[in-house]
Design a protein around this ligand. Structure first.
Ligand SMILES: [Zn+2]
Length: 341
């Protein structure tokens, strides 16, 4: 088409320049750094793995109603389509642990405003129907790769659709919104619309005896059993107490009703041997308790303790020791102290 005069031509050119500038500032046309077809992904949480955070559940690699994780273990459930990076409890969650993008890309969708509430029963589960992911986002990494992040803390999401991110850009905070029974972020990875278990890579066969072409940036070992937390309490703890972040005390009053040494562990199997020991301030071992795990549990809590009838327990520094052994391999080893004043 030929313009009637140069003025219209100038106007058209100006409109195109303005439109281009507008699109650039709106980010809609900003090219994103595409991840290659064989990408590497960082972990989605700003924490030291196996110290401040841990992988509690893996992807389910069994297409049947059974479930198996990539290491042929039980740290998954039927239909679980991601990797769960957990933190120990709601106290740490309240302090704030950042969720971060695993690779460069552009945010496609976000959701926020769903309350953090641990699902404990059917009513809780019904309350999050259709919002199972809770607060989170989907990121497009180019070349048909997408990641989804779920269960972020209410009000913590700091990106919008169109936000361009790098690996490590903060997206929000770890929470427990949606269908979550402990504070964690669920990371789900897709390639060409298919779920990818990052420990085995794209186009892997189902089951657990497959080639492992990990797409993690750092080598991540398979650790299906480990410590969540351990400590002392003045009463028998419940699993709910521990997830809520109770019993961080390192000092307890001398008139406490009892002195309880507890541990919270993930991934126990039948036949695992537990050893609980409690040492009085004078060094005497007052409890030496060996137990065997009877059934597999994804999360487990155990404790030993003494009643403090008419303040029968000596004041001073008490020490608890715990180990979990499978065959001749020590999988968990904890030592904790508390001051009884
Ligand atoms: Zn999950």
């Amino acid at each position: 088409m030929k313009f009637k005069n140069s003025f219209y031509g100038f106007l058209t050119a100006l409109v195109i320049v303005l439109a281009t500038n507008y699109l650039l500032t709106a980010n809609a046309n900003t090219p994103i750094a595409q991840v290659p077809n064989n990408p590497k992904f960082a972990i989605p949480v700003e924490c030291k793995l196996d110290k401040d955070c841990f992988i509690l559940l893996y992807s389910d690699r069994d297409p049947s109603p059974k479930a198996v994780d990539f290491g042929c273990g039980r740290q998954t459930y039927d239909g679980h389509k991601g990797t769960d990076f957990a933190i120990s409890d709601e106290k740490i969650m309240a302090k704030g642990v950042a969720v971060q993008a695993v690779a460069p890309g552009k945010v496609l969708r976000v959701r926020d405003g769903i309350p953090d509430r641990r699902v404990k029963n059917q009513a809780d589960q019904d309350a999050v129907k259709n919002i199972e992911c809770g607060n989170g986002m989907v990121i497009d990494h180019g070349n048909s790769w997408e990641t989804q992040y779920c269960h972020l803390r209410n009000g913590s999401v700091v990106v919008k659709p169109g936000t361009v991110v790098k690996a490590g850009t903060q997206l929000g905070m770890v929470g427990e919104s949606g269908l979550a029974s402990f504070p964690h972020v669920h990371l789900s990875i897709q390639y060409q619309g298919e779920i990818v278990d990052p420990f085995v890579g794209a186009n892997a066969k189902s089951g657990c005896n497959t080639a492992r072409n990990s797409i993690w940036q750092q080598p991540l070992s398979y650790k299906p059993t480990g410590l969540i937390r351990g400590g002392f309490a003045d009463a028998a703890p419940t699993m709910d107490d521990l997830w809520s972040g109770k019993f961080y005390d390192t000092v307890l009053p001398g008139n406490s009703a009892a002195l309880i040494f507890w541990v919270q562990v993930y991934g126990v199997l039948p036949g695992d041997k537990e050893h609980y020991q409690l040492f009085a301030p004078n060094g005497d071992r007052v409890i030496d308790n060996k137990k065997e795990i009877k059934s597999a549990k994804k999360t487990w809590m155990g404790y030993v303790g003494k009643r403090n009838n008419s303040q029968s327990l000596a004041k001073g520094k008490w020490r608890g020791e715990y180990s979990l052994t499978r065959g001749n391999k020590v999988l968990v080893n904890v030592s904790k102290e508390v001051q009884l004043n």
